[in-house]
Design a binder for this molecule. Structure first.
Ligand SMILES: [Zn+2]
Length: 417
């Protein structure tokens, strides 16, 4: 197994910083072992150098935020850093039990919050914070990874803030968010954390990892890396999954199909329905398995004393499950639609760069000719207006405008120009 940071593509600076921090954290543990009661640190002025000459107040801290565009590897970075903190040999060797179990998601002292719905609730967060305050069973750190910290509800954010403000001595919080904008993460949480900004990895770096790790042919890897616009997971799916390629092709056929008002509405319907179908396929299996497992756990029937109460409780649990599944389905739909919009934006961006004769490679090499024809017809101004219409649609959906309404408005704008 390679080093735990091997999958973090094109992020050399961040990896250096995280390795330094992991080394400082290990030094804290050694110093603490000598003093019998190791404790972090926080960024307090009382810091001071350890016997190893590493100053923990500059090297390590108890709360971190990983920021970057989707696909840049925020959660990959957070998990790798968690492994580096649990590594018993060094700073993320990838081979020791600490690294192995963390990367495999089974380390007893690493808790992962992966929201499936649109938000992370306060109940989940309180339970997590409570468990994270316990002494690490492996003798190192309790690590809490919150993926999509921007999806915390306000109450959940407050519960987390309290823990970050008065951190248990051996607990480390790793949050992931698109940015440090107050919409994504509260100013007070931000002020307690060290920020690790990740960049959009260059297509060449993404292609390299697809070839090296996934064994994908170099030409396919290059095409997929460019088409995915720096999103590593998306590039891998495009390279491997024919269904994903088919969906992308259907989206990129949209500009050609916009021949009138009726066609614009048809295209909007097709896009929405495709996103719904994709989302349904992605959650259907999990939904069925979860429901079967819950029904099994609750047991069917039962007539003895207390059975009526048990049935009421069971109904409540099923309702709760349905609510969670609905929330996850909505999220999956939005994600699918957003991927389609990013592909479409790439097409108009290609038209714009061609109209400007900018010396940059197209995002979608396979529709470059079509984008070239668009560039001639629309010129730079018309291409830019269309690109802006796609971006406005994403922003509207993000701001909770009904997807169908936003997409219809976009299609009309793309047709009219
Ligand atoms: Zn290790």
């Amino acid at each position: 197994m390679p080093d735990v940071f091997a999958d973090l593509v094109g992020q050399d600076e961040a990896v250096d910083e995280l390795r330094r921090a992991a080394a400082a954290a290990a030094a804290v543990l050694r110093a603490g072992a000598a003093a019998r009661e190791p404790a972090l640190i926080a960024a307090g002025p009382a810091g001071g150098a350890t016997p190893d000459g590493v100053d923990p107040s500059t090297g390590m801290t108890h709360a971190w935020i990983f920021t970057g565009p989707p696909g840049s590897g925020r959660s990959v970075a957070a998990r790798a850093f968690a492994a580096a903190l649990q590594c018993v040999h060094g700073t993320g060797c990838g081979e020791c039990p600490g690294c192995h179990t963390t990367m495999g998601g089974t380390h007893a002292d690493v808790r992962l919050v992966v929201p499936e719905g649109l938000s992370i609730g306060v109940g989940e967060m309180r339970a997590l914070v409570l468990r994270a305050a316990s002494t690490p069973s492996g003798g190192r750190w309790q690590v809490v990874v919150v993926e999509d910290a921007d999806r915390l509800t306000e109450a959940a954010g407050n519960a987390l803030l309290k823990a970050i403000e008065e951190p248990p001595p051996r607990t480390v919080f790793l949050l992931c968010a698109p940015s440090t904008h107050p919409d994504d993460i509260s100013v007070t949480i931000r002020s307690r954390c060290r920020v690790v900004p990740l960049r959009q990895p260059p297509a060449t770096a993404v292609a390299e990892v697809l070839v090296r790790r996934d064994g994908i042919a170099p030409d396919v890897a290059q095409w997929a890396a460019a088409a995915a616009q720096g999103h590593v997971g998306r590039a891998r799916r495009l390279a491997r999954d024919p269904e994903a390629r088919k969906r992308r092709e259907a989206v990129l056929a949209v500009p050609r199909r916009l021949t009138g008002v009726g066609a614009a509405f048809d295209a909007a319907s097709a896009l929405i329905e495709a996103a719904e179908a994709e989302a349904e396929a992605s959650v259907a299996e999990a939904d069925t398995t979860e429901r079967a497992a819950l029904e099994m756990a609750l047991g069917a029937g039962g007539t003895g004393r207390g059975a009526a109460g048990a049935v009421r409780g069971a109904a409540g649990q099923l309702k709760e499950l349905e609510k969670r599944q609905k929330s996850r389905a909505t999220r999956a739909q939005r994600d699918a639609l957003d991927r389609a919009l990013v592909d479409l934006a790439g097409f108009y961006r290609d038209a714009l760069t061609m109209a400007l004769r900018a010396p940059v490679a197209p995002v979608h090499t396979d529709t470059a000719a079509l984008a070239g024809a668009g560039a001639q017809k629309w010129d730079a101004e018309g291409s830019l207006r269309r690109l802006e219409a796609v971006l406005a649609c994403r922003a509207a959906i993000e701001a909770n405008v009904k997807p169908r309404i936003a997409v219809e408005a976009m299609m009309l704008a793309l047709w009219k120009g």
